[in-house]
Each structure stands twice: as C-alpha cells, then as structure tokens.
Design a protein around this ligand. Structure first.
Ligand SMILES: NC(=O)c1ccc[n+]([C@@H]2O[C@H](COP(=O)([O-])OP(=O)(O)OC[C@H]3O[C@@H](n4cnc5c(N)ncnc54)[C@H](O)[C@@H]3O)[C@@H](O)[C@H]2O)c1
Length: 329
C-alpha cells in the first residue's frame, strides 16, 4: 500500500487517480486544513478501496496510527503549506509544518522499516536563477522560508539515506497547472495564488492584474514553466517504479522546458475561453524573478517521463473545473 500525505489537496488527489488507475492500493493521510473531504469522496467514488485517515503530521501519534494499521510499502509526501508570501510573514508556521512535520513522518517510517519516499520539492529551492533553463545542479539558495523549508527536507532526506538507508526521490516541480480531464477534481486553493485559476476567475467580468510589464523579457512580463498536473502525477508513478527497481535516491526537475510569459498565458486563456478578459498592468511584486523555467532532461532520460499536455489543455481543464464547481470556490 502507498501512503499519500496531502492526498486531499490539489496535486496529491490527481496523483491518487493516476495510481489507482495503475492498480495501486492507497491510503491518504490529510488533516483537511487545505484539502477537502469532497475530494476524498470523489476519489472514493472512483475506487472504494481507498483508505482515508484524518491526521496531522505535526502529531507523531496520528502518523503512527497509520503505520500500525496498514502495511505501507512506500510514501508519497505532498502535505505542506505552499504560500510563499505567507511563509515570509510567518516562517515558524512553515518550518514547523513543512520541515518538522516531515521529520516526524521520516522518524515513523524508519521505526516501521519503510524506506522509500517520493517528496514534493519545488523550484523555489533554487532562489534567484543564475542561469535558465535551470537544471538539478543549479545552486540552491532559496529566497523565502517556503523554499528553505523544502530545501531542509531535501538535506534531511540525504542524511537519512546515509544513516538509515532511506531512499528518496525529490521532485522539484515548477508551476503546476490544469485539472483532471474528466472534471472530477481540480485546483481548489483558498486563497488562490496561482496564475491560471486567477485569470479564469476574472473571466466573469472582474479585472485581472498583471504584476509588471517592464521585466527583461520579450514582452516585458515574467516567464514561468507551466507543467500539467496529470503529467506531473505520472512522474510520481514513474518515481515509485524507479525506487522499486533501482532502490536509490535521486532528484528530478519537473517542468515542460518551455517558458511562457504571463501575457502569453493570459492571451491563451482568452483564446481557449473565446472571451475577452479585463486586464490591468500594476506594479511588480517584490521577489519575482524575470525568468524561471526548467531543464527536465534528467527526468526524461532516467524516469522516461514526458509531458503530453499543452498549456491550452491545462487552461481548458482548469476552466471546466472552475465553471462546474463555482459553488465551492
Ligand atoms: N501547486 C504548485 O504549483 C506546487 C509547486 C511546487 C511544489 N508544490 C508542492 O506540492 C505539494 C502539494 O501542493 P498542492 O498545490 O497540492 O497543495 P494543497 O494545499 O492543495 O495540498 C496540500 C495538502 O496537504 C494537507 N496538509 C498540509 N499540512 C498538513 C499536515 N500537517 N498534516 C496533514 N495534512 C496536511 C492539506 O490539507 C492539503 O490537502 C506541496 O508540498 C507543495 O509545496 C506545489
């Protein structure tokens, strides 16, 4: 059985669908602080056999209960806080949950002799890019507590490998976008800070704000790498297979290797929706690098991971979710 922490959240729930389609048995562990019981219900309607345990990583006893009750073979660890701005205002909250909570999980894994984990890391561990596209050897110098809390976990995982033989795959995601193709689950964050859902939310007559159009990029707006959530989910399954076959630790960037500007994403949203959306250019936000996109060659060659969905696919699935679940979000 695979334990999925944070499986009631955005990326975790999409990964659960991928894994159940591949025949894995799943236990989801989530405190439902930012995840949703409605998401768990949808997952259970797809596969009744899914176990769900409501618990918190900051409470070791909650984690132990799961390992006592089920025979866990490997863990995919999504559960964390992920708002950069909030992490600057409240670093304690981030280190306590993302770093200390993960340490609790790892201690219990070692106690129960579970030695395989796939970890949700982030391009935020790199900080200001010294060059683009960013590969896995790029220096890691996070510029906010969120990125630092994740980098610390990466280091802890390497130390746990040396000391206890824990094998980990760290997946450094770039900007994740899109939703389940069938519209059953989607991106449901509150507050929503991600670009595409926020453009789509503005489509009903509000004004979408672009933060700065004077960056050193071809159209002056920031460039990011938008990787589809279902493609990302597939990378987690491949990482599990890699751990099973190779039994060694490694790290992979997950991105499309294609940088898209905010203006381009906005225009693609208008095209997909066939609708004009109100837009306003406002001041830059502090701490936004001009260009961030991935070199993902390693995931392609070592994991055999390939992205299949386009930016327009991500936008149309996100829109499908947005309009059908407007009562929730
Ligand atoms: N969304 C992105 O673009 C992105 C990019 C890079 C990395 N990541 C990482 O991917 C992971 C998943 O992100 P997401 O967008 O799905 O976030 P999310 O908030 O939708 O999901 C996280 C889930 O973890 C749960 N959780 C948080 N703290 C917990 C705790 N202490 N105990 C139990 N459950 C807890 C929440 O309730 C939620 O369901 C995070 O680790 C995030 O840092 C996300």
């Amino acid at each position: 059985m695979i334990l999925v922490t944070g499986g009631a959240g955005y990326i975790g729930s999409h990964t659960v669908i991928n894994l159940i389609n591949a025949g894995y048995k799943i236990c989801i562990f989530d405190n439902l602080e930012n995840g949703h019981i409605e998401t768990i219900n949808v997952l259970k309607s797809i596969e009744n056999d899914i176990e769900f345990v409501k618990g918190d990583l900051r409470n070791t006893e909650d984690i132990e209960k799961v390992f006592r009750q089920f025979k866990i073979d490997a863990v995919i660890h999504f559960a964390a806080y992920a708002l950069v701005g909030e992490s600057v205002e409240n670093p304690s909250k981030y280190y306590r949950n993302n770093t200390f909570g993960t340490l609790n999980l790892l201690d219990v894994m070692i106690k129960y002799n579970v030695k395989k984990i796939v970890f949700s890391s982030t391009c935020a561990t790199y900080g200001e890019p010294a060059y683009t596209p960013i590969d896995e050897n790029h220096v890691q110098k996070p510029i906010n507590p969120y990125g630092a809390s994740k980098l610390m976990v990466e280091r802890i995982l390497d130390d746990f490998d040396k000391a206890y033989g824990l094998k980990s795959i760290k997946l450094r995601y770039f900007n994740v976008a899109g939703c389940d193709e069938k519209g059953r689950i989607g991106e449901w964050h509150n507050p929503e800070t991600h670009l595409i859902p926020n453009i789509l939310k503005a489509a009903d007559g509000k004004v979408f704000k672009i933060f700065g159009n004077d960056y050193n990029t071809p159209d002056g707006t920031c460039i990011r790498d938008y990787v589809n959530v279902e493609d990302l989910a597939q990378a987690h399954r491949l990482a599990l297979i890699y751990l099973e076959n190779e039994n060694k630790s490694d790290v992979f960037n997950l991105g499309t290797e294609k940088g898209d500007s905010v203006k381009y994403v906005f225009e693609t949203c208008e095209k997909v929706l066939n609708k004009k959306i109100n837009v306003e250019i406002v001041e830059r936000r502090p701490g936004d690098p001009a260009i961030l996109y991935a070199n993902s060659k390693k995931a392609q060659t070592v994991l055999n991971w390939h992205t299949e969905r386009t930016l327009a696919d991500s936008i149309s699935t996100a829109y499908k979710w947005e309009v059908s679940n407007v009562q929730y979000i």
